[in-house]
Write a protein that binds this ligand. Structure first.
Ligand code: NDP
Ligand code: OXD
Length: 309
């Protein structure tokens, strides 16, 4: 059995060492052009040439949760695409989103500004009931985030493609549920996969439906959001601001308005990082299961190419 590692922007050695420790009797190699094809591949943003050289690949393990970039490539026909299934990301995402929601709700930026001026100021407490949080995407990450927010007693709403039930969360689904989901939401969190059905989903029309004083938290993909529409709605006063972790172009170009906008908080795609040890353990467990004859459809995180996630 051979595993090929082909991950752009990733230090290969620790991954190779971890995978070799899991499969000491097998070949685990970093891909170089023209190398012998492998049975399994561990990838992040691989070049098309890598995929073209792997006709008999059984599975491609993506070392991230989102497969939007991978699915744009021409994939070996026999290879299943398997994404990371949590692997330590959901708790990070819950931390990040709860932090952003609470920072906004408790007006910590305003307090910080006052403190910098040496001002001991009080603000009237805001009512939690006036800050319903809507989470788009109730998958591995979205559900964890929605549950975490509910623990802080925010009214939490969730939206998914198929109907879901999450304790403490009012759930909506499909196109039919989208309007009702949005119209009572004040803080909108995006945790959708990027697919043709979700691209540009946060635009002038949809963001205008949020309650006045709405706030946007995008932790999914930059192309979910129409940047100019967000800025126009913040500048018009309909939206109070945004916390953005993902962008259409990354790194965010130096001249982009988001960098310096006083009501936009930018972080460098860091809300939920791939954790190497957890990810290696998860991928190695799945390869071992496949080698033992388990059917790939029984594994968590297998991507449905028709749905795009
Ligand atoms: P999942 O596949 O587990 O969940 C996706 C959710 O989105 C599901 O609830 C699904 O509905 C819903 N969904 C998909 N399409 C639609 C649609 N058209 N309308 C309504 N709901 C839809 O993904 P994860 O939770 O693991 O990850 C979500 C995304 O987060 C990733 O795709 C990635 O882009 C992003 N991400 C960002 C990171 C960062 O650091 N910023 C880190 C990791 C991931 P249903 O339940 O019905 O299938
Ligand atoms: C992912 C990401 O998809 O880091 O895992 O964005």
């Amino acid at each position: 059995m051979k595993i090929s590692f082909c991950c752009t922007d990733t230090k290969a050695e620790p991954w190779l060492a971890g995978l070799r420790a899991a499969f000491p009797a097998d070949a685990v190699e970093q891909w170089v052009p023209g190398a012998e094809p492998a049975d399994y591949a561990v990838v992040w943003a691989p070049p098309q040439q890598f995929l073209d050289e792997q006709p008999q690949l059984k599975a491609l393990f993506n070392i991230g949760a989102g497969v939007d970039a991978l699915l744009k490539l021409r994939l070996p026909p026999s290879a299943a695409v398997v994404r990371l299934d949590d692997a330590g990301m959901s708790v990070q995402m819950a931390e990040y989103v709860c932090h952003a929601v609470i920072r906004h709700f408790r007006e910590f930026d305003a307090y910080e500004a006052d403190v910098k001026l040496g001002k001991w100021s009080y603000r009237r407490p805001q009512l939690r009931a006036d800050f319903p949080v809507g989470v788009m995407g109730l998958g591995v990450l979205g559900e964890r985030v929605a549950r975490a927010l509910a623990q802080f007693d925010f009214p939490v709403r969730g939206w998914s493609r198929s109907p879901r039930e999450v304790p403490g969360v009012q759930c909506f689904s499909g196109d039919a549920g989208f309007h009702d989901f949005l119209s009572a939401t004040r803080i909108l969190v995006c945790l959708l996969p990027l697919t043709p059905g979700t691209e540009n989903i946060m635009n002038r029309q949809t963001l205008s439906r949020l309650r006045p004083g709405g706030y946007v938290i995008n932790v999914a993909r930059g192309a979910h959001l129409v940047d100019e529409d967000l800025i126009a709605l913040i500048d018009s006063g309909h939206l109070a601001g945004a916390t953005l972790d993902v962008f259409r172009t990354e790194p965010l170009p130096a001249e982009h308005v988001f960098w310096k906008h006083p009501k936009v908080t930018v972080t460098p795609h860091t809300s939920a990082r791939t954790l190497r040890e957890e990810s290696i353990a998860q991928i190695a467990g799945k390869i071992a299961a496949l080698q033992a004859g388990q059917d790939i459809s029984s594994l968590a995180g297998v991507v449905d190419p028709k749905k795009g996630y």
